[in-house]
Write a protein of this length. Structure first.
Length: 144
């Protein structure tokens, strides 16, 4: 990734953007997918705030890397950007799902009936984004 700053910047942007969407959609709007769902509302607000702070820092980092990569001529730069964005988003979702939902069982996408199905759908969506991003990277020069 060091030789492709567009790929690195968009990968970071993908992680931050999907993390922010996760926080907005699942945590705030649907009020699912939080560490302290049924215990302490104050701790939930603090943990969600810290989560949003971290993903905002990652978005800013990705933006700086992308800004600095604008001076370089990279072959297939648009595909590198899209590949990095989708790969970063998929990586975040898949790893967050595997680690937090399955290994550590910190929380689930939607606790209760069918929680395993929600968790597996979340993992599958992350894996799909990751695979599409890798496929675009593989074909980044426009060759099929």
């Amino acid at each position: 990734m060091r030789s492709h700053p567009t790929l690195l910047g968009s990968f970071l942007l993908g992680i931050g953007a999907i993390g922010m969407l996760d926080g907005i959609i699942f945590h705030q709007i649907l009020q699912w997918h939080s560490v302290y769902m049924e215990t302490d509302r104050h701790n939930q607000i603090v943990s969600d705030g810290l989560f949003h702070l971290v993903v905002t820092i990652i978005i800013m980092w990705g933006a700086v890397v992308l800004w600095n990569s604008g001076r370089r001529k990279e072959v297939g730069r648009q595909r590198l950007f899209l590949s990095g964005l989708l790969t970063g988003a998929g990586f975040f979702n898949f790893m967050e799902g595997i680690v937090n939902h399955h290994l550590l069982q910190i929380h689930h996408v939607k606790p209760g009936p069918y929680e395993a199905a929600y968790d597996l759908a979340f993992d599958a969506a992350g894996l799909l984004l990751l695979l599409v991003g890798l496929l675009i990277y593989r074909n980044r020069t426009g060759r099929v």
